[in-house]
Design a protein around this ligand. Structure first.
Ligand code: PLP
Length: 403
């Protein structure tokens, strides 16, 4: 069957050859309990109603699909629409997943929630949901990221979360995930691990996609209303891959809609200088299949199989592995993946600020940078939806340095 005709994952959490559950024995039982809890929640109409209510009244869904008139005119190419996830409570798409998993934790009787965070956005969204639902919250964060995102550390603490600095390895997201997994194994009876992207062992990539697919469901209805037809192209940045799969999922069966994921090109093509796991065709070194944090997927690694360090101006894209569903979509040729570098992302953020009055998150600015590069060559009759995954307030220190 083609990618378009079949909805993955299968019962073992595979997206074609990718995904699965590569974890120590101690994590098997917790993951099976989670899988059962998630399945039960999907069959529960009251759970769905409660989630809908929180998404609407607490987070601010539905988000607008805005025609970017001045950006479209400036680039002289296709008509560009922005899916405004930046307008959600806490400033990014991440709250969709946190509300879903927070309610799941509550439904499973777990009163303590732990999370890992890179940019700090997932930690803030988790701490926010934990406060709203009255759950205890502990967030693991690399100390390098704590330095880069000081304001988010204060936000989490103000919301009542305990922020634990992780000083191991590269002191970024990868190390925070390892630490969170260790905590989970130790405290599994009381504790829910709220993973922040479409990553990790089954059922996380499935669950996180399901909680974010509302982005694409809304966008599909909105574009049909606005244009009377489907878009030609969807563009989203890819860190772990949650905002991208959230937008893409409702369109995977629509063969005329092209899907474009944009990774972090960092400051060069050499291994260690970027976080472009799937953009090998564009010349980025080191992305090959392997296992990291419980899933078989594309990973940046040395010839000997050591996990590589990564670099991006944007903490949210700075991770060595990508969600397994994206590895699958890339392998099938259903989605295309490329990368935008640090400088292009900064320029794109400035362009959007000045043409549309929107300061985007540096993550989202990567998707925008690639669209800005391509748009002048694209036919004017075409329609593009760009996922504006978050707002740039958290990145103002970095943006100001480049002004
Ligand atoms: C975390 C984050 C990302 C990257 O995560 P994905 O799981 O790939 O979506 C992208 N944009 C923003 C604004 C983020 O906060």
């Amino acid at each position: 069957m083609s990618a378009a005709a079949r909805i993955w994952p299968d019962a073992t959490g595979r997206f074609g050859p990718y995904g699965g559950r590569y974890v120590p024995e101690t994590l098997m039982a917790p993951l099976e309990e989670l899988e059962r809890g998630f399945a039960a929640s999907r069959a529960d109409a009251a759970f769905a109603r409660r989630l809908d209510d929180l998404l609407h009244n607490f987070a601010g869904r539905p988000t607008p699909l805005q025609l970017a008139e001045r950006l479209t005119a400036k680039l002289g190419g296709p008509k560009i629409y922005l899916k405004r996830e930046d307008l959600l409570h806490t400033g990014a798409h991440k709250i969709n997943n946190c509300l879903g998993q927070g309610l799941l934790a509550e439904r499973m009787g777990k009163r303590r929630v732990i999370a890992e965070t890179g940019a700090g956005q997932h930690g803030v969204a988790t701490a926010t949901v934990a406060a709203r639902l009255g759950l205890e919250c502990v967030v693991y964060m690399g100390t390098e990221d704590m330095e880069r995102q000081r304001l988010n550390v204060s936000r989490m603490r103000l919301l009542g979360a305990e922020v634990v600095g992780v000083d191991a390895g590269s002191r970024t997201l990868k190390d925070a995930i390892s630490e969170a997994m260790r905590d989970w194994v130790t405290n599994v009876r009381t504790t829910y691990y709220l993973l922040g992207s479409a990553l990790g062992p089954h059922p996380y990539p499935l669950m996180v996609r399901e909680f974010h697919k509302v982005i694409g469901i809304e966008a599909r209805e909105q574009i049909l209303r606005a244009e009377g037809r489907l878009p030609d192209l969807l563009v989203a940045c890819v860190g772990g891959g949650s905002n991208a799969i959230g937008l893409f999922h409702a369109f995977i069966g629509d063969a005329t809609v092209r899907l474009l994921g944009v990774e972090a090109g960092g400051r060069g093509h050499a291994l260690g200088e970027h976080a472009a796991r799937l953009a090998g065709a564009a010349g980025y070194e080191g992305g090959r299949p392997g296992v990291l944090h419980g899933a078989f997927t594309y990973i940046l690694q040395t010839a000997e199989g050591q996990i590589s360090t990564t670099h991006s101006v944007s903490a949210g894209l700075d991770y060595a592995a990508v969600g397994p569903e994206h590895a699958w979509l890339a392998g099938e040729g259903r989605a295309e993946y490329t990368a935008a570098d640090d400088g292009a992302a900064i320029d794109a953020a400035r362009t959007l600020a000045r043409t549309e009055g929107i300061i985007p998150a540096l993550e989202s600015a990567h998707a925008l940078a690639e669209l800005i590069r391509r748009a002048p060559e694209m036919p004017r009759e075409q329609v593009v939806i760009l996922n504006l995954s978050g707002r740039g307030d958290k990145d103002m220190d970095i943006l100001a340095r480049y002004l």
